[in-house]
Design a protein around this ligand. Sequence first.
Ligand SMILES: [Zn+2]
Length: 292
Amino acid sequence: MVSETHGNIRIRRIEGVLTERHPVADSVPILFDSPHSGRTIPHDFVTDVSLAQLRTGEDAFVDELVSGCLEHGIGLVQAEFPRTYIDANRAVDDIDDDLLSEPWPGGASPTDKSARGMGLIRKHILRDVPLYAEPLSVNEVAARIEAYYQPYHEAVQASLDRLHGKHGRVWHVDWHSMKPFGNPMNVDDGQARPDFVVSDFEGETADPGLVEAVARWFGERGYSASINDPYKGAEMIRRYGAPGDGRHSIQVEINRRLYLDPDRMTKTDGFAHLKQHLDAFALWLVGYTQTG
Ligand SMILES: [Zn+2]
């Protein structure tokens, strides 16, 4: 682990696991996080699928798209590991027993996400394309939880607690990107998706006014934005959102057609324009939390 300060930014990095950057002053009660943009392949990630297929599961460049937040006083936690190795945006026991060579100790609680092959440990990269030829041992999965999943959550939790302790309230935006159309592994198979989907678990993880204001902000800049449809949010906001306690967590999904060439996994010309808007969004959110 490396901790250092560059100018007014404090950086903490666990190589291959996560990087977090925080303005030293902690003067803004907002945290951004990007759990799915990591692309450092762990040494023990042995899979049958190609790197190109693996990368289709990645929310490519989302960390970079939102990193302008730092200039506006907002900290950023980002995963370095791929979400196809272990998914921080799932409950820790959302495990498909079919992936394992033995039962999960204490029993797993697979949700519909596991049923679609996208639980804590991903089963299929695309429909009918499994990641593993052989079942994983309980020890292998437990090691991924201990070395990757838990440190990521500890970093987010500690950052939110620190800001909440200082300001009495905290706002958290969990950033993702989505394919332009739903596919058979998703709840919205075949459907075209809007530019942004803003989610708060139907009002459970933030004051309802927040998702409405965020969707309106994007709408006013010419983007289409929906609320809680087709995504309601997942573990990253479920775990940290507690609006009654002044903890507001929302998920924002960005449509990849706005910035990504899906075949090459490279940025398109749209990237810079979108990043400018996301920089402006961060600045707007700072103002919102000061007056809201
Ligand atoms: Zn994601």
